[in-house]
Write a protein that binds this ligand. Sequence first.
Ligand code: ADP
Length: 274
Amino acid sequence: TGGHDELDYLIKQTIRASKTVEREIQRLNRIENYRKEFIGDISHELKTPIFAIQGFIETLLNGAIDDEEVNRRFLKKAMRNVNRLILLTKDLMEISKLETGELKSEVQSIYLHNVISDVVDNLQYKAQKENVTLEMGAFNENTLVRADRNQIKQVLINLVENAIKYNVAGGSVTVSAQPFSNDPGKMLVSVKDTGIGIDQQYIERVTERFFRIDKSRSREKGGTGLGLAIVKHIMEAHGEEFFIDSAPNEGSTFSFTLTKAEVEQTRPPVDSVG
Ligand code: ADP
């Protein structure tokens, strides 16, 4: 009967609506938990450098300030920690903008070769300081890809800096690009190092924010634990893939895809042949 059908329909609608509400509550709970965890992580990360600065200043005020050599040494240590805080603040702002979706990728056609060679040139001095060779593999200089230039630069900087930081003296870093074997419309950009490598069990985790395998090595090299989390976010925002391939004591390769852009027509297309 018609009345029965109507009731049935209403009940089904109500159940559907309550399921939607339940899902929404779950989603909000997840965000809330994530936010709490994030604030907890940040507080924890801020504590170390702030307490260190406090300690150095206290020691100076307690009399060490009168010894010129100690004075200088402690001020330098305090400065190093201030620099850490600045780096951390920058990375935190970047990641929070990426996570809230405030930072949109401005995709345009860019010359891949230019972006890579800029980054390689800019980080050459860092590599030399660590006794690491940094070079660029050869590929077509005219390759155009669709990407946000600044964000892809940031990705490359983070990956190359890591490849230098987690390397060995006399090691090398190679940045290269080649057509992606799984998709002819894409390029695969890779940063390959001959460094300490990553144990299989940690590969999944290194892109989590604040996750580091060796906290003291990361700290000593000026790491914030946010570099790879930023990389992952940027690649996701681009809708591109990101891969990590690594073996302990052999080295790591971090790679990502970029979509090729149509090459600009320099002459009108030929519309009839023969
Ligand atoms: P960090 O500031 O500590 O370098 P990242 O998010 O960039 O933070 O990297 C997270 C962790 O992943 C690092 O602390 C390190 O343990 C590991 N890692 C990243 N890149 C490499 C690499 N090229 N070789 C070996 N380990 C790496």
